[in-house]
Write a protein that binds this ligand. Sequence first.
Ligand SMILES: Cc1ncc(COP(=O)(O)O)c(C=O)c1O
Length: 426
Amino acid sequence: MAGPVFEAAREYAEAMTARDPLAGYRERFHIPRAPDGNDCVYLCGHSLGLQPKTVRANVEQELKDWEQLGVEAHFHAQHPWMPYHRFLTEQTARVIGTKPEEVVVMNSLTLNLHLMMVSFYRPSAGRHRILIEANTFPSDQYAVRSQIRFRGFDPASSLLELRPRAGEVQLRDEDIFSLIEREGQSIALIMLGGVNYFSGQAFDLAAITKAGHAQGCVVGFDLAHAAGNILLNLHDWDADFAVWCTYKYLNGGPGCVGGCFVHERHAREWDLPRFAGWWGHDEQSRFRMRPDFVPMKGAEGWQLSNPSILTMAALRASLDIFNEVGMQRLREKSISLTGYLEFLLNQRPSSRFTIVTPHEPERRGAQLSLQIGEGAGVVQQKLAAAGVLCDLREPDILRAAPVPLYNTYEDVYRFAERFLVTLEDR
Ligand SMILES: Cc1ncc(COP(=O)(O)O)c(C=O)c1O
């Protein structure tokens, strides 16, 4: 099928914005200001999503309930605090593509990853390896290596890394699947990102799960850069678990709570090893305060602590918007916006930068990673001074993500124009 036909003139960006059915959602977010007082070009939603305007009212409501009701707000707040996390469950399940009992919003990403590995990384003498991407986010590396050591194994022999071929940034599908087939019998856990934070490459999670299960491996995913970005269907894809954060595409705010998926086939596996806390205990008997832990069924059984109300109130504002728009429509616009960004950058092919993110829409999300060589930091600073925000990952990758909820075709046009001029001036 032929891809969309874009045009390079500025008027085209204006016309596309005018006919964008989702354009109105931008009004629902606070857009940071550029030094000249205008809206900045914010292509950083892969790092920290923007603030929905309803966050303040949501948080203030909780502050008011706390002020006026004190401890009674656990039961009598407008959104009672006891079951507060459940106000986020259905919307989250829609974004991640799961059944409600398979997801819970709690803790933070790295902590949830540890909790999942306590339950789902069960190494034995013959099968003790964890498969990850060599260039995965460092926190995942640290978490995985520390879990391996915690179980008495050595990362030198128990960590298996998927590495792009020499001179390449993306992983080739054939290399992923041949490694799983070749080494699968020694792999206890496959733990990959849904979208790689560095290259922006999206993986075929359904096929990886299938290949992993065929070899007897447990399969889990870090969806930090996938949640709210690409279409996910974790339940049907049959993954064992997944974790994610909510401050990127999900706009929950800095340090907002993370999320966790556990497939329903594990919902009643009471014998799974787990690190327990009282909020994971059967809610009917939780307040009897008995020492024996009886886990709740489903993902909620992995909760540790009572919910963090203020950050969940912020996240609720964003998830309400996701619920209204729907991931399908967001993804359609996202494919178009990112395709447009790629098109504009390719109008002036240059040896000064390379797009290292895959070209095919199904192999990427919103983000394009631009390898720009020496002086990358200076380029990013010059862009920021001009009100164009993207970020840098060492040594020389500039990441830019037009986010369909609040970015426009004009944002993309302004980014491409300024980026190309700044590179030439370098
Ligand atoms: C892929 C990935 N994994 C893990 C993390 C760490 O997340 P947290 O600090 O919420 O644990 C991040 C943070 O950006 C990330 O991008």
